[in-house]
Ligand binder design. Structure first.
Ligand code: 5GP
Ligand code: MN
Length: 329
């Protein structure tokens, strides 16, 4: 499908569904609600779908109350997806990653559009915007809005949604993916009335004492393999109970490993039901996307990726260490 065809469908008050990835983060919710805000202003009938619940520190974004969550709003989600003229997939690039919602999308006759910045996209869409060099999906959504010729529709609320996506995915404008274009876009968003300082407070000043204690506990127990420039942080099922861990509580903890100057890779292992969920972060050309794909059924970006394991926490961490040692010796 050519861009002009998509543009003309969207100009005719289309029925639109915007879907993002599981465990939505700031970029997932920010890009989705930002795009939703624009399409609503164009007269489209828009539903935003999250395949799982998302953390409370994201529940302030304009349009948040209308988000449909799989598990709570299944009937409505099925109906919207079946009837959609256009389905946007934002901040992910493979339908299998969103389970049942992905199946519904593949069965829908609506035109499928991907806007994403992760590596190695699956080709399941009619129109693809995939740019692995982009700082965030929210930055790409800004460019998509510009391409539609609808920049004038951006207001403070929509700007704050996009700002949230760009800010969180760039680690507050510090990752190398942050470019002069990123800053230029953010500048234009602020001109539209976005309150950047408020966004920062909502996202980063959202700690509870319980979460700070959890962070302290994780850092106390962090293992550092100095020789291999690797840090390991872990959370077991018992820790989950002891710290009454809520959605979003563990977000960002992995980054503390990288804050040591000599560490090149930080790995965070979290027991989650029967599986172990893993987050990897790295510096420079240490490619954790390839690493996660090869060893832990995952993927992501070069410097931020995730994966999982069906083994126990201890066995998974053991396996990780053996791989690290074997790669270096
Ligand atoms: P996080 O560690 O914040 O969960 O994820 C970091 C990055 O890796 C995100 O961009 C996310 O999309 C990606 N990612 C996390 N888990 C997985 C996974 O299991 N498979 C794939 N392909 N990517 C993942
Ligand atoms: Mn993203």
């Amino acid at each position: 499908m050519e861009f002009q065809e998509l543009q003309s469908i969207l100009n005719k008050k289309a029925k639109v569904v915007i879907v993002t990835h599981k465990n939505p983060d700031g970029d997932a919710m920010g890009s989705s609600l930002g795009l939703a805000g624009i399409l609503k202003k164009k007269g489209c009938d828009v539903a935003v779908v999250a395949p799982t619940e998302y953390p409370a520190f994201l529940n302030w974004i304009k349009g948040n109350k209308e988000v449909l969550v799989w598990g709570r709003n299944n009937k409505l989600i099925k109906k919207f997806i079946q009837e959609a003229d256009v389905l946007f997939c934002l901040d992910f690039n493979a339908l299998h990653r969103i389970d049942e919602v992905g199946e519904l999308i593949s069965e829908s006759n609506g035109k499928k559009v991907m806007i994403d910045h992760h590596q190695q996209p699956d080709d399941f869409v009619d129109y693809m915007m995939s740019d692995t060099s982009a700082s965030s999906t929210a930055e790409m959504v800004y460019e998509f809005i510009e391409k539609l010729g609808d920049k004038n529709l951006i207001d403070g609320g929509i700007g704050e949604a996009l700002y949230c996506g760009i800010m969180t995915d760039t680690g507050s404008f510090r990752f190398p993916s942050t470019t002069s274009k990123t800053h230029a876009i953010v500048g234009k968003i602020i001109e539209k009335g976005a309150d950047h300082s408020m966004v920062h407070r909502r996202i980063y000043d959202s700690n509870t004492q319980r979460r700070l204690k959890l962070l302290g506990y994780c850092l106390m127990n962090m293992e550092v393999l100095d020789r291999y420039k690797v840090a390991i942080i872990k959370i077991s099922k018992e820790d989950h109970k002891n710290y009454n861990i809520q959605k979003g509580d563990t977000e960002g903890i992995v980054n503390y490993g990288l804050s040591m100057s000599h560490i090149q890779c930080s790995a965070f292992f979290r027991e989650d039901g029967d599986i172990v969920k893993i987050s990897f972060r790295s510096k420079d050309d240490y490619d954790v996307n390839e690493f996660a794909r090869k060893y832990f059924n995952g993927g992501g970006h070069i410097n931020a990726a995730g994966g999982m394991s069906n083994d126990s926490l201890e066995i998974t961490i053991d396996k990780f260490k053996k791989i690290i040692v074997s790669q270096n010796d």
